[in-house]
Design a protein around this ligand. Sequence first.
Ligand code: HEC
Length: 302
Amino acid sequence: MFVSKRKKVETIATAFGTLGLLITFTACGGGVPEDTTTTSSEMEEKKFSVSDVLAMVSEENDITRTLYTKAIVGAGKKQGLKFDEDWQDDAIEAGPLPALFLRGISSDIRKSDVPLGLYLGSDFPINASNKFTGKQAELFKKIKANEKPQFFYDEDQKMHTAMFADLAVAAPCVNCHNDHKNTTKTDWKLNDVMGATTWQYPSDKLSYKEAIAVLNAYRNGTKAIYNAYLEEIRAFKNSPKPEIGSKWPSGGFQLPTAEVFIDSIRKLASYKSMEVLMSNVEVPKKERVPALPNNEIEIAAN
Ligand code: HEC
């Protein structure tokens, strides 16, 4: 699975060239599926394991994080945009670093009524408060060795907990960490396990509705922090302001609107997420959708 994860990240790296197939596929499904066949009692049934749901939202996070780092931070820097840990200071005209983008998502989720926790840690952190301790430090050693996710029940916090490798998917990850004044390690390399995202949820089973709520809380968090960045740009006094619109990701001094950015993530992520969400929903026989091979032929023809 984790070979394929790395492959997936590489795919995302060149996503703008190869988005076609995924878009074609998800365009039929429309992202998170609109459910027309399941009854409301089925929607309430606790059919999803917490580990599947956390793995699903973690996949979305990998895609969001890679897209933000490459297509906003990486591409933006080339156009003269700045990204800074103190981006929220009035005197600093810059956008959030990837880790702070993630923290923005995490704090927005905390404000919602979805009991989902998200945290980014490491064994050699820039910020000492991001250092793993206790059980998580122990499991992180395993993640470093085999890149496989780790699941456990945190007795102290009474939370089902999942940890997923956070890889150095792009050159800016490595360069910025190696050169940072507070770094505790200066020889990070591309594709290293730089840290892990820790996700927590209180119950071990979720209903379809709850699983969708987790995904939506994550997406709303992405929208909120990205909008906060656009808000920051609007207030720039001394720095040139990029054009914000729908032309992105074509070249030029521009950024996507929140809708365009979220839509790109959704298109990249929704096939995987849909697979998880559909896996436990039984479609009554008479209403089964046409067999897959037809769809495949349609996709191949595109
Ligand atoms: C321009 C600089 C910069 C870039 C690019 C960057 N980071 Fe960071 N990263 C930071 C800073 C600064 C922090 C500490 C933020 C804080 O105060 O919590 C951090 C935090 C982290 C943490 C939490 C542990 C720690 O070091 O505090 C991980 C893991 C991490 N980054 C991985 C990555 C990965 C993977 C990428 C690429 C996808 C990346 N970073 C891109 C600067 C950067």
